[in-house]
Write a protein that binds this ligand. Structure first.
Ligand SMILES: [Zn+2]
Length: 116
């Protein structure tokens, strides 16, 4: 059996995200990608990548107060080409980015216990 050891990296920095008008709800632009509102509850909004259906992209964003939390990489090219579009309204926010990466691959003969 082959197992992978993951490391979770958390980056915090001041950055800029953009909002633009959508058909019904605003669209969030972060990292040159567009996100649609998925759920809104208790002051925290969950956004899914625009390519969620098209390429099953898993990248999601949570926004709450002045914080934008970006989770998971995109599996496609950016959906936005330029940020000088007058429709985009910029906002300075605290960005938290969480990424997982494989640091090691190990071959094991058996597993005694599965660790969470
Ligand atoms: Zn995506």
């Amino acid at each position: 059996m082959r197992i992978q050891v993951f490391q979770k990296l958390i980056f915090r920095f001041l950055g800029t995200v953009y909002f633009k008008k959508g058909w019904k709800y605003p669209i969030l632009v972060a990292d040159m990608n567009e996100y649609n509102i998925q759920t809104l509850n208790k002051g925290r909004t969950r956004w899914t990548c625009r390519n969620y259906k098209k390429s099953k992209c898993n990248s999601i964003v949570y926004t709450y107060g002045k914080t934008v939390k970006i989770l998971r990489h995109h599996n496609h090219a950016p959906t936005i080409e330029r940020l000088d579009d007058p429709e985009l309204i910029s906002q300075k926010v605290n960005i938290i980015r969480e990424e997982g990466r494989v640091v090691k691959r190990v071959n094991v003969d058996f597993l005694i216990e599965k660790l969470d």
